[in-house]
Design a protein around this ligand. Structure first.
Ligand code: CA
Length: 232
């Protein structure tokens, strides 16, 4: 029998916790649960879960502090579950090392997709071999890492070097949201803040790769947070 992925649910509202737990159990995940931040930290250490769903509003600790505590020693994928539509908090969670976030109320399929993406991405990063993955396919968009080219529907797309770097970065993290700050630092270095330049570049990229730049198919905007390359 295949080993099941173990998911730790950190959530103080029983109704929500049971709801998530039922979804995950019926989708072949093994579930462990707790309601407090302190328990989340100790259970992460003792059970080494494969993924954590972390509610930000906990009775004893701020979820962001739990996140930082766990990130001091563990790279376990963490998806922050939040009722808050506060964008700056989502950005903070991602900058503190969360892999993704999901806003309540969310659908079953959305939750399962986020979990699959976070676990798969973690596996990909730990077994990354550039010789095996020389091309990234996202629908009809292909990034050729060796030739440093991008094509859509088999037609070459002429990107500037910076535009290429942005598309490559987002493609490597397909399915995940990257914050404006994280993208800016990765492309332009840690000592500048080029979020405006990023927006300008993104508009140009969309004109080149999207058939309808106003309704993008490949690179989605997470308002106030960042960008997410779809996963196909
Ligand atoms: Ca809560």
């Amino acid at each position: 029998m295949q080993n099941k992925w173990v998911i730790l649910i950190v959530e103080d509202e029983n109704g929500i916790s049971n709801f998530i737990s039922a979804i995950l159990t019926s989708n072949q995940y093994q579930v462990i649960k707790c309601q407090k931040g302190t328990e989340a930290v100790s259970m992460t250490a003792s059970y080494c879960p494969d993924l954590i769903l972390l509610d930000l509003g906990l009775p004893d600790m701020d979820g962001l502090d739990v996140l930082q505590a766990i990130r001091q020693w563990s790279e376990v994928p963490i998806i922050v579950v939040t009722a808050r539509s506060n964008e700056s908090e989502k950005v903070k969670a991602l900058d503190f090392g969360a892999d993704d976030y999901i806003t309540k109320p969310f659908g079953t399929q959305e939750l399962l997709a986020r979990i699959r993406t976070a676990i798969r991405h973690k596996q990909k990063v730990s077994s990354y071999n550039p010789l095996e993955t020389d091309k990234i396919h996202i629908g009809d968009l292909v990034v050729d890492i060796i030739k440093r080219t991008v094509s859509v529907d088999g037609k070459p797309v002429h990107l500037t070097p910076i535009e290429y770097k942005i598309v490559l970065l987002l493609s490597k993290h397909a399915g995940k949201v990257l914050t404006l700050d994280a993208i800016s630092k990765e492309i332009w270095g840690p000592y500048t803040n080029e979020q405006n330049a990023l927006r300008v570049n993104m508009a140009n990229i969309r004109r080149k790769i999207e058939s309808n730049p106003a309704a993008p198919r490949y690179i989605l905007t997470e308002v106030g947070v960042g960008y997410r390359m779809v996963e196909e």
